[in-house]
Ligand binder design. Sequence first.
Ligand SMILES: C[S@@+](CC[C@H](N)C(=O)[O-])C[C@H]1O[C@@H](n2cnc3c(N)ncnc32)[C@H](O)[C@@H]1O
Length: 216
Amino acid sequence: MEAADRYILEHSSAQDEALAWIQRQTNIRTNHARMLSGAVQGRFLKMITEMLDAHHILELGTFTGYSAVCLASGFREPEKSHLDTLELNDELEDLILEGFDRAGLADTISLHIGDCKETLRRFHEEGRKGRYDLVFIDANKREYPEYYDLVFDLVRPGGWILGDNVLWDGKVWEEPMPQDKQTLGIAKFNDMVAADPRVESVILPLRDGLNIIHKL
Ligand SMILES: C[S@@+](CC[C@H](N)C(=O)[O-])C[C@H]1O[C@@H](n2cnc3c(N)ncnc32)[C@H](O)[C@@H]1O
C-alpha cells in the first residue's frame, strides 16, 4: 500500500466487524480480493447514502457484498428503504447472504443472481422506472455503456449514478489507448456521460476513479 493510501486509511473511520468479516472471507475464499471496494471507498459509499438520504438503491456487481453492505448501512430509515444488488456468479451466493445477515441487513438487501442486463430488462417490465435514488455500477467493465442505457430510466429525475473504476489504472488516457475490451468499455462510458446533456457529472480520483453522475 502506498504511503498516501495508508495515511488516508489510518485517518478515516475504521470498518465495523461485519465488513472486516466480509473482507477476511473474500481474501480466504476468492482469488479476486482486489475487486472489493475497501474501507475508504466503503465509508464514502455509506456517507453518499446518508448525504442523499437515499431510500432505494440499485447495485450492479455484488461480488462478496462489501459495497452493498456499505451503501445499505447508510439508510437513515432502514425499515422504509431497500437495496437491490445484482451478481452473475452464483458460487458467491452463500458468502454474500451470510455477510448481509452478519451486518443485520438480510431484510434490507435483495440479491438477484444472474446476468444483470437480463435482471435490468426484467425490472423495466416490472415497472420500476424512476424507482431508484442511487445506482452503483461496478460489474463487467466491458458492458458499462450498456448498463448506463439500461439503468438510466430506472433512476428518478434528480437521482444519482456512480460508475466505479472509471480511471482504470490510467489506461483511459494512455496514448495510444490500450484496445482491450475493458479499457474500451470504460472509455466509452466516460465519453457518453461527459457528452450527455441529461446529466451533470464529475470524476473523483477515489481509489480507481468514481464517476458521480446527477440525473437532471
Ligand atoms: C468489481 S466486482 C464488484 C465489487 C463490489 N461492488 C464491491 O465493491 O465489493 C464485479 C462483480 O461483477 C460481477 N459481474 C460481472 N459481469 C456481470 C453481469 N453481467 N451481471 C452481474 N454481475 C456481473 C462479477 O462476477 C463480480 O463479482
